[in-house]
Design a protein around this ligand. Sequence first.
Ligand SMILES: Nc1ncnc2c1ncn2[C@@H]1O[C@H](COP(=O)(O)OP(=O)(O)O)[C@@H](O)[C@H]1O
Ligand SMILES: CC(=O)N[C@@H](CCC(=O)OP(=O)(O)O)C(=O)O
Length: 311
Amino acid sequence: MSATAARGFLASGTPAGIEEAGEPDQPPAARRLQEGAVVVKFGGHAMVDADLQRTFAEDVVEMWRAGLRPVVVHGGGPQISAMLERLDLETRFEAGLRVTTPETMDVVRMVLTGRVQRELVGHINAHGPFAVGMTGEDAHTMTAVRRPAWVDGRPVDIGLVGDVVDVDPGMVRTLLERGHIPVVSPVARGEDGQVYNVNADLAASALAVALGAERLVVLTDVEGLYANWPHSTEVIPRLTAGALDDLLPDLASGMLPKMEGCLRAVRGGVGTAHVIDGRVPHAVLRSVFGKTSPGTTVVPDTAPRHAEPGV
Ligand SMILES: Nc1ncnc2c1ncn2[C@@H]1O[C@H](COP(=O)(O)OP(=O)(O)O)[C@@H](O)[C@H]1O
Ligand SMILES: CC(=O)N[C@@H](CCC(=O)OP(=O)(O)O)C(=O)O
């Protein structure tokens, strides 16, 4: 779907490929979502293609034009790994999280805030003066503590990896109220004076909870959560928080922080959390305005079995 078609969808109807979502001038999902923020996490694997970055930016601006309040939290794992490799620095992951030495942390901060965030801000601002980049450090938005990790039941030291324990959403709210689209890098401050590397899925989830967001939408490089991966690529379309909780210990690394983030989000009051395929152009618009979201939807335990349009 082109940007013009996407605009057409919001303005006057439904282009091919998107299910009818409601009245043509403004889909019901849009009306409902205007009440709250929609936190969109753009994963590093989904953003390796410049065209996808551009269509992602178009989607975010279209959401804004429809009256929604999008907040972007970006990843950048592959981009960090590429830079570490160029610098001849070793990198490894434990339980889906990058083992972060002080030297690694410098590179993480440089790549996320100096490059990935700037690129996204640039793509969004090609459409107008919307995006403002910030990190979790700014205005004490995210406070983190060192995250403990276990592998096979044994504790492992993963260094300066943070778990967000406090979010002050004031600055993000101020930006939203002033009509901006915040673009947030997943770096947080610690009360111990350290800067922490936070997995972007978990940062997005914590921010969504603090904002009381209507939705968390996580873009990645697969169609959703696969049942029995890597043996099958059958997508689980819908999960309650309780069912996801049971599944979590069996998940492999990439999906682990994503699904943990979705679980924390819905348990923290976010309406629904969605994992969708960011390789599909305009996936965000399909998720937010379609009758049902593609990919995997996580709902609170109390959610009605037959969800409303747009869920
Ligand atoms: N159950 C699963 N379903 C789908 N993908 C899975 C699953 N378990 C592990 N994965 C892996 O997780 C990856 C997505 O996580 P990740 O590489 O961290 O992406 P991102 O950069 O979007 O955060 C997929 O490409 C896939 O290889
Ligand atoms: C602690 C930790 O693992 N932090 C991540 C932060 C970036 C991220 O999460 O990027 P994706 O969403 O693209 O995976 C990292 O260093 O790769």
